[in-house]
Design a protein around this ligand. Structure first.
Ligand SMILES: C[S@@+](CC[C@H](N)C(=O)[O-])C[C@H]1O[C@@H](n2cnc3c(N)ncnc32)[C@H](O)[C@@H]1O
Length: 398
């Protein structure tokens, strides 16, 4: 009969045998407020090899480095007290441990996702970072060279790619952690990247799903045929069999059979609204957008009295229009049952287009639809906004 001691033994054994790659704990029991997931990997510090454990809370991360035996014991205790699920990656196999709230314990072994343990480096270059930077698709796309270093002028792009990969990883862990019967690994997921461009992030999507052993059909939608052709060629060359690119317009494209994850990074102006509408209409679980080129609201703005004095500067008015656009998008998503968050996902020195609007579908957002709708209408009226594309598509305004 499997038990938590089997979890402890498997983890400790892999650490001692040098087959350990990484581990994640998810589906928190709710014993610690805001705790979302836990990840651990090996790092080489001055004092020697350590298990670096990162506990991710809603607004912060806490990292602690442990000696290997101590770390394995720490994780076994943590699993017992705070989590329902653990995913251990080793070069010998992947193991999914599951503890029901009833106490029932199960373990499922799968083929290994990783064939080699990551090379340990000093914490400054993290193993997963190193593995990402050496991805053949990043080399073929001209982002990195064969040494895994950014090509001239591509450091900012690489940082964006890296942050997107991390963020996506956390959101996918959250998805599993959210519980419910519809676990993402139990079926073929449908994913769309709208305005895929050269496909940097579309390939990252494919990589992240593969790393979790989740099957996903990923489509990059792009209006420029030459980019679609080169991205399809790259996917074929590198053996990404469930990744394809289609030529089309974000506003016109429709998913053939539902959507689970929708991504649209830097789709200009109202193309972000078109993409969000597609995701909402298809009932996608996760929406990830990084809006840019906000042009729709600014010409409509009439600034309410007390603000007029401080927004009497073009740049501030422009920023106000951007804030309103993205804030309204977040409210509209809440109105449709999503928990929406707006944050900077990459340091401003790497990209000025660094705002992320991420939304996760929830059974309840904790507020009444009427109160959200009242707030939305109040903002529209106060700033004289006659039209906002997502609001129109969702038939919420005018
Ligand atoms: C700034 S690039 C971003 C590419 C990619 N999402 C990224 O972040 O690396 C925007 C891409 O979206 C495409 N695009 C813009 N509007 C579009 C539309 N309405 N339909 C399809 N593609 C669009 C452009 O051709 C361009 O390749």
């Amino acid at each position: 009969m499997p038990s938590v001691s089997e979890f402890h033994q498997s983890l400790l054994g892999s650490l001692q045998a040098g087959t350990f790659v990484k581990i994640t704990l998810s589906e928190p029991l709710g014993t610690e407020p805001g705790l979302r997931n836990l990840r651990a990997r090996l790092v080489e510090l001055k004092e020697g090899k350590r298990l670096s454990v990162v506990e991710s809370f809603a607004t912060r991360e806490v990292t602690k480095n442990h000696r290997l035996e101590e770390g394995a014991a720490y994780l076994a205790n943590a699993f017992t007290s705070s989590w329902c699920r653990a995913h251990l990656f080793t070069t010998g196999g992947d193991f999914q441990f599951r503890r029901e709230r009833s106490g029932k314990f199960s373990v499922r072994a799968q083929r290994p996702t990783f064939s080699a343990a990551p090379q340990l480096q000093h914490d400054r270059v993290r193993p997963e970072e190193d593995a990402l930077f050496r991805e053949p698709f990043l080399q073929r796309l001209g982002v990195t060279n064969v040494l895994g270093k950014p090509r001239p002028g591509m450091a900012g792009k690489l940082r964006q790619i890296q942050r997107f990969s991390e963020l996506l990883g956390h959101l996918l862990e959250d998805w599993v952690g959210g519980g419910g019967s519809d676990h993402p690994e139990s079926r073929l997921l449908k994913v769309a990247d709208m305005g895929a461009g050269k496909g940097y992030l579309t390939f990252i999507l494919a990589r992240e799903f593969k790393a979790r052993g989740w099957s996903a059909e990923i489509v990059g939608v792009e209006q420029r045929p030459e980019l679609v052709e080169s991205s399809n060629q790259l996917a074929a060359d590198l053996g990404f069999s469930r990744l394809r690119f289609e030529c089309g317009s974000i506003g016109q494209w429709r998913p053939a059979a539902g959507l689970d994850v929708l991504v649209a990074l830097h789709a200009c102006n109202t193309a972000t609204d078109d993409a969000l509408f597609q995701g909402v209409s298809a009932g996608a679980q996760l929406l990830l957008t990084s809006p840019c080129c906000h042009q729709e609201i600014r010409p409509q703005l009439s600034v309410p009295a007390p603000l007029a004095a401080v927004l009497d500067h073009g740049i501030l008015l422009e920023r106000q229009a951007e804030i309103l656009t993205d804030g309204l998008r977040a409210l509209l998503l809440e109105l449709r049952g999503y928990r929406a968050r707006v944050f900077e996902f990459v340091e401003p020195e790497h990209s000025g287009k660094n705002l992320m609007l991420a939304a996760t579908r929830r059974k309840s957002v904790g507020r009444s639809v009427e109160s959200i709708r009242d707030e939305l209408r109040a903002v529209m009226k106060a700033f004289g906004i006659r039209e906002q594309r997502l609001a129109s598509l969702l038939e919420e305004w005018p």
